[in-house]
Design a protein around this ligand. Structure first.
Ligand code: F6R
Ligand code: MG
Ligand code: MG
Length: 375
């Protein structure tokens, strides 16, 4: 059996500088220090620490497989330590996403978000990791469909015989905790019927139909469902594999050439335009947003992220590119249009979705004031 390689991205909001907008350096330093040690002790082979808005993101490449308790514990301990540092500095929302106190073998269901993919490395294995802030896992539904299901986005679906059999999408119903696999192109309409409701149905994995090659994995946490109350949105992460019989890197990022609307933004309660940004702009500012997404391109190589001679991972900050200026301008314009509407739908999320925010507490107070109206 060839040795397998696992890519894990585990993220958590452990506290932020000046509200909920960015992760300051002392917290990133904790991640870097601890992952460097883990690399030295050979628990992991490679790492990259970054942030998407107020979420600390740990990208790790190793040979331990998915859901490995040691890898998850490593991330959990880093988040605990960073949350403690955040609390010492009185940063905002220290430990926000750490919903459980005792670690029990896996960070899933404990607050942090996880996307993992175990692969047999191909001759060359290009990958993209996406991380978004102020939105939720269903935010990836639209680009996942575009990338793997839409021939007007992905030329390879039309031109590359290696892709003609299409792709299989695993869709998770996060409300009922059920899943279904639908294949494109045959079940494209049914797929869209489901994932057009991103707050409930989330694309969690994608495989190439002809050989079941894993192509994409997305985090699917719903913090409010774990905690039973509003605790912030579940800012999502995703891993997508590229090229050679899979969508090309350019086909994976072209859906972000235009902005599109996602749920989240201020207080997790508004529709907002998703803005692709480079790491330098990965800070949510206006109205706690607009929701932002970063994309990192890298090569998985001999169980690691391909690195330079000093073992620094070679990472390409894909949205740090004028080609995404149009999407950024659109995002700002649409953000301004939505904000003009204040707290009126559709700027604010539907009443059903607001059930998972703090609004019901406000409405509760009015209950006793209602009297029967004449018909
Ligand atoms: C959204 C988010 C922020 C906060 C907002 C209010 O995911 O984290 O928009 O909801 O800044 O935060 P609190 O209630 O902590 O003052
Ligand atoms: Mg926060
Ligand atoms: Mg966040």
């Amino acid at each position: 059996m060839p040795k397998k390689t696992t890519v894990s991205i585990i993220k958590c909001d452990v506290g932020s500088l000046a509200g909920h907008h960015t992760v300051p350096k002392p917290l990133l330093d904790i991640g870097e220090k601890r992952l460097k040690e883990a690399q030295k002790s050979r628990l992991i082979n490679s790492h990259y620490v970054f942030h998407a808005g107020d979420d600390l993101e740990l990208l790790m490449v190793h040979n331990k497989g998915e859901n490995n308790p040691k890898i998850h514990e490593l991330a959990w301990n880093i988040f605990q330590e960073a949350a403690k540092k955040a609390a010492d500095l009185k940063l905002y929302g220290a430990g926000q996403d750490l919903l459980r106190t005792a670690f029990s073998g896996n960070v899933r269901g404990m607050g942090p978000g996880v996307a993992e993919m175990e692969i047999e490395e191909r001759g060359s294995d290009p990958m993209v990791v996406f991380a978004a802030d102020k939105t939720e896992p269903g935010a990836f539904n639209y680009p996942m469909f575009k990338i793997f299901g839409d021939p007007t986005n992905t030329a390879g679906l039309v031109i590359d015989p290696g892709m003609m059999e299409g792709f299989k999408f695993e869709v998770l119903d996060v409300m009922e905790n059920k899943k279904v696999v639908l294949k494109c192109p045959e079940e494209m309409y049914e797929l869209i019927a489901l994932i057009g409701t991103p707050g409930r149905y989330v694309v969690s994995h994608v495989w190439r139909a002809r050989d079941n090659l894993i192509c994409a994995a997305t985090s699917t946490t719903r913090l409010s469902l774990i905690a039973g109350k509003y605790v912030g949105k579940d800012d999502p992460v995703s891993i997508v594999r590229a090229q050679h019989g899979l969508p090309a890197l350019g086909e994976i990022i072209v859906p972000f050439m235009h902005t599109y609307f996602v749920e989240g933004w201020m207080r997790g309660s508004h529709w907002g335009p998703l803005m692709p940004v480079g790491l330098k702009d990965s800070r949510c500012t206006v109205f706690d947003g607009p929701p932002r997404i970063v994309a990192l391109g890298f090569q998985v190589s001999h169980g690691k992220i391909a690195s330079d001679d000093d073992d620094n991972p070679l990472i390409s900050d894909l949205f740090d590119d004028p080609a995404f200026d149009l999407a950024r301008r659109e995002a700002v314009e649409y953000a301004a249009a939505l904000r003009r509407m204040g707290e009126f739908e559709p700027a604010r999320l539907s009443a059903e979705t607001m059930e998972y925010t703090t609004l019901p507490k406000v409405l509760e107070k009015l209950k006793g004031k209602f009297v029967k109206a004449e018909s």
